[in-house]
Design a protein around this ligand. Structure first.
Ligand code: ZN
Length: 504
């Protein structure tokens, strides 16, 4: 997915990460350590996050050192897994259709990976070319040819990894919603089935002779008071304890829970987390999510050199001028010009009645004067697809209520084609006093409207669960490309819109 938003990550800072402990004796040593990442999204360079206290996290060179260190300190059999969405998401990776991301995964020593929905973004042919360059298996037990129901040769359902005398069967799962999360042409002729059914189907064979069975799934969950989402439902749909671990992905969230006797982990996204799962004697499992701060390791020299070379190759693109702005656009207050501009861009390009952009997805300010593609890439780095939903007025109202539901009463999204009046003193979910469209008409609960959002929000990210079941069309481009196209159509220099849309 769907790329994330600050809200989810805000929780991450609250999670305390235990310091790695060196095993005192062979007896305390794990029988198996699983190191797992997910949703790498081409994050070859380290990033500073809202929650990371100004420190850079991840980057391929630091991640490689972290993984090696977590292997060394365990002195145990270790395998490395990835839960998919490896390639799509940064200019460096996208520019060569994911080659640098696959090279990073090779350097990480990934043993097996789930096939994420974004793996299809450049067609099955391109994916197969990338697979040919990978030193590991891509797994998906729930992808089949829609005509023959046979699994395509490039999507093995499961594999066995033997390490230090330990046999681990790994079953892969793709996102069942892949066909609605990517352009239809990318997955023509393929069917994406239910994950739990696929696991149950291959489990007897995978289990035979294996010490551990692990599901690596590009399906996710969000955890607040409790964890909820597809992967939680999937775990409930299996026999209790029938698999030893689920490595989850797609929702870019921090998950470390047990459902139906099955541990489930997910380590944020973009290399900003590493799930460390130790299997101990007596079927005990100890799981944690490490934060791979770049300043705690010496970055791997070979990987660092290769990232520098790839970055050099895109420098010309990064520096390409896209637009000129009258003033610096800063993200201050509830509603700001940059947010309105992005919402306007999405509404115009998607030709929808309304657009809604979560503030967590607006990641950087824009300087005054000439602005480059690289500048805008930092504003919207997630490569979310822009989608057009068909929603009833009542779902639209719920979505806007959610944007206005913060305890401090501040709006947490930008809208276009819509104006809302609200009372922050009222209980969350019942704050809107008036809601009207751009043409002045009141929103009719029973009427159907088109709503432009990122595929991240459409999948229920940032708490927008009300959008999850809406009919959706892929607009055919990313949110960033929609913004770039829109800005190119405007008179230069651009002045950001100043009209308030969410009135307290
Ligand atoms: Zn995904």
């Amino acid at each position: 997915m769907h790329l994330l938003a600050g809200l989810v990550w805000a929780h991450a800072s609250l999670v305390s990460v235990p310091v790695s402990q060196h095993p005192d004796t062979a007896r305390d040593r794990p029988l198996l350590r699983v190191l797992a990442i997910n949703d790498f999204h081409g994050a070859l360079e380290p990033q500073v996050w809202l929650w990371s206290g100004g420190r850079a996290v991840g980057g391929a060179a630091a991640l490689k050192s972290w993984l090696d260190s977590l292997t060394r300190t365990c002195e145990c059999a270790t395998i490395r897994l990835d839960a998919g969405d490896e390639m799509q998401g940064t200019l460096i990776s996208n520019y060569s259709f994911g080659r640098p991301a696959i090279a990073a995964m090779n350097a990480f020593g990934i043993d097996a990976a789930a096939i994420g929905n974004h793996e299809f973004d450049w067609s099955v042919d391109t994916l197969r070319a990338r697979m040919a360059g990978a030193h590991y298996r891509f797994l998906a037990a729930n992808i089949s040819d829609s005509a023959t129901t046979v699994t395509p040769a490039w999507a093995e359902p499961w594999t066995v990894i033997e390490r230090g005398g330990v046999r681990v069967a790994v079953i892969g799962l793709a996102l069942p919603e892949t066909p609605v999360n990517t352009a239809p042409r990318n997955v023509r002729g393929l069917a994406f089935g239910d994950g739990a059914a696929a696991v149950r189907r291959v489990l007897p064979r995978a289990r035979a002779g294996a010490d551990y069975v692990i599901v690596v799934a590009h399906e996710g969950a969000f955890c607040d008071a409790a964890c909820h989402g597809e992967i939680v439902d999937l775990a409930r749909g299996l026999d209790s304890g029938s698999v030893d671990l689920i490595v989850s992905g797609h929702t870019h969230s921090l998950v470390n829970t047990v459902v139906n006797g099955i541990p489930i982990v997910q380590a944020r996204s973009s290399g900003a987390g590493i799930a460390v799962v130790d299997f101990l004697r007596g079927r005990q499992v100890r799981a944690r999510i490490e934060t791979p701060f770049a300043d705690l390791v010496h970055p791997d020299d070979g990987v660092a050199d290769s990232v520098r070379a790839y970055a050099g190759a895109v420098a010309a693109l990064t520096r390409r001028p896209v637009a000129r702005f009258e003033q610096e656009l800063r993200r201050v207050g509830d509603e700001y010009g940059l947010g309105r501009l992005i919402a306007d861009a999405q509404r115009r390009i998607a030709r929808s009645d309304v657009a809604l952009v979560n503030n967590g997805g607006i990641r950087a300010d824009v300087p005054a004067g000439a602005v480059t593609y690289g500048d805008l890439y930092r504003v919207q780095p997630f490569q979310n697809r822009l989608v057009r939903l068909a929603v009833t007025g009542s779902v639209l109202r719920d979505a806007v209520e959610h944007a206005l539901a913060r305890p401090d009463g501040r709006a947490d999204a930008h809208v276009a084609g819509l104006e809302a009046w609200y009372d922050p003193a009222r209980p969350a979910g019942r704050r809107i006093t008036r809601l009207r469209l751009a043409d002045g008409a009141a929103v009719d609960d029973a009427h159907t409207y088109t709503l432009a959002v990122s595929d991240f929000l459409a999948a229920g990210g940032s708490g927008y669960a009300m959008l999850r079941n809406a009919r959706q069309d892929d607009v055919g481009m990313t949110d960033l490309d929609a913004l770039v196209q829109y800005l190119g159509d405007l008179r230069q220099p651009i002045a950001a819109p100043t009209d308030a849309r969410l009135h307290r």
